[in-house]
Design a protein around this ligand. Structure first.
Ligand code: CP3
Length: 343
């Protein structure tokens, strides 16, 4: 069921009647229905309530007409099962009060058991699959080992990731232990999602663009590759990162059926450089959705033209939807992608 869906066919680089589209963070604060739910429950409370998480996952499918759903959750959810205390301070993003500073902290990290540590997420996947009745496929996701390590070490977001790089370059054996544990945990986490019904996966390496190419290749690529090799056999996998235009060939080398790119590069030229043996996802600048319909249409057209009708393009933003985005503009964008790309 659903294997013939336009999104899954595009992941496999088969030709489609139109270009499939979904948006990163398409279930979120820019939607009134989401804000209403969030007035009653905290972000973590929402993630941990399977019925509410399923409801939020389905909102964009109903309201926007996107070609895929992504399960509502967060890349940091598995950290709690590892023994990390996770908070989402209102308006400030994630916060970890017991960040990792030395070898002992790394030894103490537990490997997650998805059935015990994230039962709510697995239950939500089950509910969503049932409710979707095959209308669109469901994407599962996880943070890539580097991006998870950066949160564990910095305790939150950082401007320069100096503590993360300090551990990576100064204490290679600790780094190796940490990345091994994160890779193993991520494999378990993603496999559990596929077993419960996720039909595609996205691996988010959001902050890895802070590295130089040599360090990415030596200290990160082997772990991301291991994750992708071990889970990417069963379902298509999208490998997403931000700010990696200088080493996107290494991101491709780490793996993925589809490479997700940000908006700093021309999609067509990037695809040509990467080669057409991978699909590509992206890459509208999220700020464009704050502009007029006319401007949105011009930008959508530009991305579609750049992709040049090659099979294997999945339309998306270059990063998540901004909270101040008018929902009508998102609906218009999805409709425009479908209209302009129909073959
Ligand atoms: O895409 C979707 O609609 C699915 C849900 C989803 C969320 N986070 C919901 C969320 C996904 C796929 C993520 C992934 C995620 N989480 C990433 C990688 C993607 C990216 O954006 O690069 C990262 C780095 C995180 C960590 C995280 N969680 C941050 C930095 C924040 C704060 C963001 C902000 O703008 O304040 C979160 C919280 C979060 N995750 C929200 C949502 C809808 C906002 C929570 C709220 O206040 O309601």
């Amino acid at each position: 069921m659903g294997e013939d869906h336009v999104f899954l066919r595009a992941c496999r680089r088969e030709s489609t009647e139109y270009t499939p589209v979904w948006l990163m963070r398409h279930a979120g604060r820019y939607m009134e229905e989401y804000r209403d739910i969030r007035r009653k429950v905290t972000f973590l409370g929402l993630c941990k309530s399977p019925d509410l998480a399923a409801e939020v996952t389905l909102l964009p499918v109903q309201k926007l007409g996107v070609d895929a759903a992504i399960i509502f959750g967060d890349i940091l959810l598995p950290l709690e099962g590892m023994g990390i205390h996770l908070e989402f301070a209102e308006g400030r993003g994630p916060l970890i009060r017991n960040p990792i500073r030395e070898g002992e902290d790394i030894e103490r990290l537990r490997l997650i058991e998805p059935e015990e540590d994230v039962p709510f997420l697995l239950k939500a996947i089950e509910i969503v699959r049932r409710e979707l009745e095959g209308r669109v496929p469901l994407i599962g996701f996880a943070g890539a080992p580097f991006t998870l390590a950066s949160y564990l070490i910095e305790g939150g977001r950082s401007n320069d990731y100096s503590k993360t790089k300090g551990l990576m370059l100064g204490f290679p054996s600790w780094w190796h232990r940490l990345m091994e544990k994160l890779a193993e945990g991520t494999i378990r986490y993603l496999r559990a999602q596929v077993n419960r019904g996720a039909q595609a996966l996205q691996l988010f390496d959001t902050w890895v663009g802070c590295l130089n190419p040599g360090d990415y290749e030596a200290h990160v690529l082997p772990y991301s590759r291991r994750v992708i090799q071990e889970v990417g056999e069963q379902v298509p996998l999208i490998h997403f990162s931000v700010g990696t235009s200088g080493f996107l060939h290494l991101i491709k080398k780490a793996g993925g059926d589809v490479i997700g790119i940000d908006w700093h590069m021309d999609l067509g030229r990037t695809w040509e450089c990467l080669g057409y043996d991978v699909g590509i996802q992206g890459n509208l600048d999220p700020s464009v959705l704050l502009a007029s319909r006319q401007v949105i249409e011009v930008h959508v057209q530009r991305v579609l033209e750049s992709a040049g009708n090659c099979p294997g393009h999945i339309f998306n933003l270059g990063h998540g939807v901004l909270p101040e985005t008018p929902v009508e503009n998102v609906i218009f964008m999805v409709e425009t992608v479908h209209r302009l790309s129909r073959r």
